[in-house]
Write a new protein. Structure first.
Length: 147
């Protein structure tokens, strides 16, 4: 092989290596960042107050954790990280996958830019979602029901 070709391969390899490092740093930033409090859109005040308040989450799936109940607080995180209030032992869950937060005496669920997404009643959520009685939250293969 010619020396010019080898030089070209070296520069291409270095460029790809830099792109990979930048990608790793950006993905780490999005996983670690402190989420902002966002105002959920599309819910009327009357609708929010007429709902029965959600007080806990009950594990439906997987079978080995079925029946586990988690009492909800003002702000809790769900994910694989040991510091999360609800630890989800699922390879499809991010370290800090989602959070549940209290705003105006109502609980909301927010996806924290997770890789595989958070689903409520089978629909992927893109912004904070009002949490209602009997809503089913799916993170990977784990399903929790709001009680």
């Amino acid at each position: 092989m010619s020396e010019q070709f080898l030089e070209l391969l070296k520069f291409i390899f270095l460029a790809l290596l830099y792109v990979f490092f930048i990608w790793v740093v950006l993905m780490s930033f999005f996983q670690i960042r402190k989420p902002k409090k966002m105002k959920p859109a599309g819910h009327k005040v009357q609708e929010l107050h007429s709902q029965q308040p959600v007080k806990s989450l009950l594990t439906i799936e997987p079978q080995d954790a079925k029946g586990t109940e988690y009492i909800l607080e003002e702000e809790i995180f769900l994910g694989r990280d040991e510091e999360c209030a609800i630890i989800i032992k699922d390879t499809f869950a991010s370290h800090r996958h989602a959070r549940i937060f209290l705003e105006e005496n109502t609980l909301f669920l927010e996806d924290l830019t997770s890789t595989n997404g958070t689903f409520v009643n089978g629909e992927k959520i893109e912004k904070p979602c009002l949490l209602r009685q009997s809503d089913q939250i799916q993170i990977g293969n784990t399903i929790l029901e709001a009680k």
